[in-house]
Design a binder for this molecule. Structure first.
Ligand code: SAM
Length: 429
């Protein structure tokens, strides 16, 4: 881990600073410890729970994907048409190759027994196509973003810079490479994208198969792509994992917060997100919005247009520069389709300091959305655990009760009992 991050990170739930453990790969405060995987700190507000949650997503994905590969592979034995055989076989080969790589990349979750999760747009394989756009030798789209943001950084001499939802990471890499005097943190919650980005930064040679749903021609359904290998190691860049809006950083510590294709896809509304961004910006700090000209929400009434986006930024910042551009989004030469998208680049600066009067609008109803469904699932599991506690209980006794209730092995029951035991104690003491 780069030393500079210790001036910036802190516990995501308290203001306590994080210390580096001497003998383990951990960061800790008085009450909590946070693991570090592949040199990437896991700074989710509830690290054990989020580990199980992401682990369940990983294990479910691996299970579903391997069953699909096997099933389709079996039916292929009866396929007589050579062109169909070749097409489907190439997809199976591509998917199997990727799956093998992802299994090794995500092997820290091997022991997780999946728990039931609500449907979510944020799955382990979401945004996988970004890897190919980002780590292709050339991407006009990424070059365009890099140029716009490089100008903001050099005109303002910004030092500490945070990239929210950094994804596969090429924009972060380019910016850190081009601005050696600045320090960059790439922040994302997705382990696949974060760990893959780290391996790329470490100079690993990686080949992945780009499986294309809408292939341009018969042999472009699955194409092996050699990912670009960065030539230079960065000492001004660090990946940190966690979950927006629970940012694990000290208040007022960033001069620039960049949100590329991020604020429109997260659950919090734009006003609430800007309250958070404000909190972490330094006094003369600025922020960049880069993304669609209108918010891509599934509900049409929530689709802000460009004037609304600017007007909301105006409530929080005193200067605003913006530009609308047209880009070829996720350009892919193997696809039969092209997505030309109108995008907005917006740079806002000088935060309005009496922000307390601009509190995020409080919603007057409980929204029945994926967050609520996850919450319900969590409470259900908790209820099953708590109903096992009808007298004073040691950790071992709780473990043996969980073994029966959830059909766990001895080892699993001890593992989960340990986590839940701590959580219950935290709630009631
Ligand atoms: C649409 S992608 C954009 C990625 C990248 N900025 C780009 O422009 O290619 C959104 C990114 O935000 C991440 N993300 C979504 N919700 C998040 C959250 N609550 N906290 C942290 N990262 C999140 C996703 O994993 C994904 O990498």
């Amino acid at each position: 881990m780069k030393d500079f991050i210790f001036d910036l990170i802190q516990c995501p739930t308290s203001d306590e600073s994080l210390q580096k453990a001497e003998d383990t790969d951990e960061l800790y405060t008085k009450n909590t410890s946070y693991p570090v995987f592949h040199d990437v700190p896991w700074l989710f507000p509830n690290p054990e729970e989020s580990f199980i949650e992401w682990g369940s997503k990983v294990r479910n994905f691996i299970q579903v994907e391997s069953s699909l590969i096997n099933e389709v592979g079996n039916t292929l034995k009866f396929e007589k048409r050579p062109s169909t055989l070749a097409r489907v076989q190439s997809i199976i080969d591509g998917k199997s190759h990727n799956l093998k790589y992802l299994e090794s990349l995500l092997n820290i979750f091997d022991e997780i027994i999946p728990i039931p999760l609500a449907e979510s747009t944020q799955n382990i394989y979401s945004y996988f196509e970004l890897v190919f756009r980002d780590w292709h030798k050339e991407s006009a789209e990424i070059e365009c973003y890099t140029k716009l943001i490089n100008e903001v950084i050099s005109n303002n001499n910004f030092k500490n810079i945070l990239i929210l939802g950094s994804g596969a990471g090429r924009l972060s890499y380019n910016l850190a490479l081009n601005n050696p005097k600045s320090q960059f943190i790439s922040f994302d919650h997705n382990p696949l994208l974060s760990f893959l980005f780290k391996r790329i930064l470490d100079g690993e040679s990686i080949n992945l198969s780009q499986v294309e749903m809408y292939a341009k021609n018969q042999d472009s359904y699955a194409t092996v792509i050699e990912l670009f290998k960065p030539s230079k190691e960065l000492d001004n860049h660090q990946i940190v994992m966690g979950s927006f809006p629970d940012l694990p950083f000290k208040e007022n510590s960033f001069d620039l917060i960049i949100a590329p294709w991020f604020l429109d896809i997260i659950e919090s509304n734009l006003e609430s997100s800007l309250v958070i961004i404000q909190k972490f910006l330094s006094k003369n700090g600025g922020t960049v919005y880069l993304g669609p000209n209108n918010f891509h929400k599934s509900e049409i009434f929530e689709q802000y247009g460009v004037d609304e986006i600017k007007s909301i930024y105006n409530d929080f910042f005193s200067t605003l520069n913006s530009e609308s551009l047209e880009i070829n989004y996720l350009k892919n030469d193997n696809s039969s389709q092209t997505r030309i998208e109108k995008i907005l680049f917006l740079f806002a600066k000088s935060k309005i300091t009496n922000i307390k009067t601009l509190k995020a609008p409080s919603s007057d109803k409980i929204k029945f959305d994926s967050k609520l469904i996850s919450y319900k699932e969590k409470i259900k599991v908790f209820h099953r655990v708590l109903s096992q506690i009808d007298s004073d209980m040691t950790l071992e006794l709780l473990a043996s009760k969980l073994e029966t209730e959830f059909s766990f092995s001895k080892e699993e029951s001890l593992h989960y009992a340990g986590i839940l035991y701590k959580q219950i104690l935290k709630e009631i003491t």
